[in-house]
Design a protein. Structure first.
Length: 341
């Protein structure tokens, strides 16, 4: 989702902008290998129909799918935990050459290169290209697939778009759903969560100064405003931090979350402030204004080495991330957090 061009940076914001609309309505220095959880065991009812309630309604997959088309990198990561591989996958227009740079946490999770033809020039799934693969299950998200496109895809094969409306479906819920759809034991979710908890608990032990401190996550939105967003809240909570006043942790809370212009950025008074601008600020002009503003320099987070700007890959790792991407993000950002007072 993150290409160093203006067009792809706009694409990177699709989740954030659509999330805000529906709700109202990064490379780090470190790296971490993807989860090493063992593939889930098959469930007893391997070929019985499975029905799930999704953001766009119920879907039924009559038997274990053998030809899965995945339209988001996270699906590939989660399928890997289940010992499953899609017949084709893509994530917007990501090419094989871009995956290592923009999805470094995906190393070892895929065996086929992404196919950009699965998306149109308007960043929507391409029904004809997908139909040619004869899938028996299509995996996508509400950010990539509006309801009219979903109706088209559903005529090709059962289409899973996630379970949450107006926000990112958690990786836990996605993994639960994919385990059910592929007839695997859903205990894989608890196993992966245990590893995740252990990783974040070990990191939290290195951050005693931040225990119980407040955080804000501000992403650049429309009108040069910083929007407090629920995206990336989960890993910060896992580190022992607490949401600051008005900081959302769910899509429902995001509907009324504060927005800040540069002129009132001095209200970003949480102990730790995470800022994501690069996805809408390809020239870095807005970020430069923030960094130069004396009101921003005077923020408690700035004074305590806890005002952190994320690049596009880092932001993508926690904006609708997976266990693997959030662990990768943690490994890269931990040295910075350790310097916070």
């Amino acid at each position: 989702m993150r290409q160093h061009t203006t067009r792809r940076r706009v694409t990177s914001l699709v989740a954030g902008l659509l999330g805000a609309a529906l709700a109202l309505t990064g490379c780090a220095s470190g790296s971490q290998a993807p989860s090493t959880a063992q593939p889930a065991a098959p469930s007893a009812a391997a070929d019985a129909p499975v029905t799930l309630t999704t953001a766009y309604g119920d879907i039924t997959v009559p038997k274990k799918p053998e030809r899965i088309v995945a339209l988001a990198g996270r699906h590939v990561e989660l399928l890997n935990l289940l010992g499953e591989k899609p017949v084709a996958w893509a994530d917007y227009l990501t090419t094989a050459a871009e995956v290592p740079e923009y999805y470094p946490w995906m190393k070892g999770t895929y065996t086929t290169d992404p196919d950009p033809k699965l998306f149109t020039a308007d960043y929507l799934p391409a029904p004809e290209a997908i139909a040619a693969l004869k899938p028996d299950l299509i995996l996508t998200t509400i950010w990539q697939t509006d309801e009219p496109t979903y109706a088209q895809l559903s005529k090709i094969a059962p289409t899973y778009v996630g379970t949450a409306k107006g926000t990112n479906t958690s990786w836990q819920d996605d993994l639960t759903s994919l385990a059910k759809l592929t007839r695997h034991d859903t205990s894989i979710v608890a196993k992966t969560q245990t590893q995740y908890n252990s990783t974040f608990a070990a990191a939290a032990a290195k951050l005693p100064a931040l225990k119980g401190k407040s955080f804000f996550i501000a992403a650049l939105g429309e009108g040069d405003q910083l929007w407090l967003t629920e995206y990336a809240a989960a890993p910060l909570v896992a580190l022992g931090l607490k949401p600051g006043p008005g900081q959302p942790t769910s899509g429902a809370e995001a509907a009324n979350a504060p927005k800040y212009t540069l002129e009132n950025a001095d209200k970003l008074t949480a102990d730790v402030v995470i800022v994501a601008t690069e996805h809408r600020d390809p020239t870095g002009a807005f970020k430069a204004k923030l960094q130069a503003d004396p009101r921003v320099k005077a923020l408690p987070a700035a004074q305590n080495n806890a005002l952190i700007y994320l690049d596009s890959t880092q932001w993508g790792a926690v904006n609708g991330g997976s266990a693997a991407s959030e662990e990768w993000w943690l490994a890269g950002i931990l040295p910075t957090l350790e310097k916070a007072k």
